[in-house]
Design a protein around this ligand. Structure first.
Ligand code: ZN
Length: 268
């Protein structure tokens, strides 16, 4: 009896590994999708090959203004092709128009400009790594508790000029509130004083997926360190260009900015 069951189980497994790919996540602008397919498969999103872990896991995401449909192509180790046309829901963002502002005549001095450029390059570099480990597989939890004071995608139009949209989720809380790793990761950047973002940490969750934590008061991790989900990485602060203490949490898939709010449930 035991052996018959074992044979049956084995055959079901053999069939299911040949069956379709499973996709989990938000098929919406700013959304993240985690896929599981037969190990050894190749996966391409819009014709671009993406990393598949030895277990068959992969990840990808959609920008704030992603088109209504994208094509995902999966090639099994046997060469069988599976094409999926993914429909992406569009979103309404909070757009604020403010007119009649006096024109700003401030131009940062050259010294500040070169600092901003240098720091921007370091941030970009930390976000373009394609680390083999699928650390994102732990899923995501809130990195801090507090009041949501800013959301993904919102934008201000000042004197008719659209400003850069806000890409993080802002969690307002007192200075010294702990900040935790929302998923397993490796620290790729830990800077106590960047011009715009002050105390900043970038965590690599694997396969191009990264989290950034801005305006920190203290940093309790160093570059190269591995951090498990839920362990403390720093504390909330008001460093960089801010008006009050808060954590700005951002998620990137390479240079694509995703909505961290979609990865976690309501905060309790
Ligand atoms: Zn923010």
């Amino acid at each position: 009896m035991k052996s018959i069951l074992a044979i049956m189980f084995c055959c079901i497994l053999a069939v299911s590994t040949q069956a379709e790919t499973r996709l989990d996540g938000d098929f919406t602008q700013g959304g993240l999708v985690i896929g599981a397919t037969e190990p050894g498969s190749k996966v391409a999103l819009e014709g671009q090959t993406i990393r598949v872990s030895p277990e068959g896991l992969f990840v990808f995401g959609f920008t704030r203004d992603a088109p209504g449909m994208v094509e995902l192509l999966i090639e099994s180790p046997q060469g069988r092709l599976e094409q999926q046309n993914l429909h992406i829901k569009s979103r309404q963002y909070d757009i604020q128009k403010i007119d009649g502002l006096p024109p700003k005549l401030v131009t940062p001095p050259a010294k500040i400009l070169s600092r901003i450029r240098r720091e921007g390059a370091a941030i970009k570099k930390a976000r373009t790594r394609d680390t083999a480990e699928a650390m994102f597989a732990t899923g995501f939890i809130w990195p801090a508790r507090g009041r949501i004071s800013g959301v993904y995608g919102s934008q201000r139009i000042l004197n008719g000029k659209p400003r850069r949209p806000h890409f993080g989720i802002d969690i307002a809380a007192p200075i010294n509130t702990p900040v935790m790793a929302p998923a397993d990761g490796i620290v790729r950047l830990a800077e106590p004083d960047l011009y715009f973002s002050g105390g900043t940490i970038i965590l690599d969750h694997g396969h191009g997926l990264s989290s950034a934590f801005l305006h920190l008061d203290t940093l309790t991790v160093t570059v190269g360190q591995r951090v498990p989900q839920g362990s403390q990485i720093g504390t909330i602060g008001a460093t960089g260009r801010v008006t009050g203490p808060h954590l700005d949490w951002r998620i990137n898939w390479f240079d694509r900015r995703l909505d961290p709010g979609l990865l976690v449930g309501p905060m309790n």
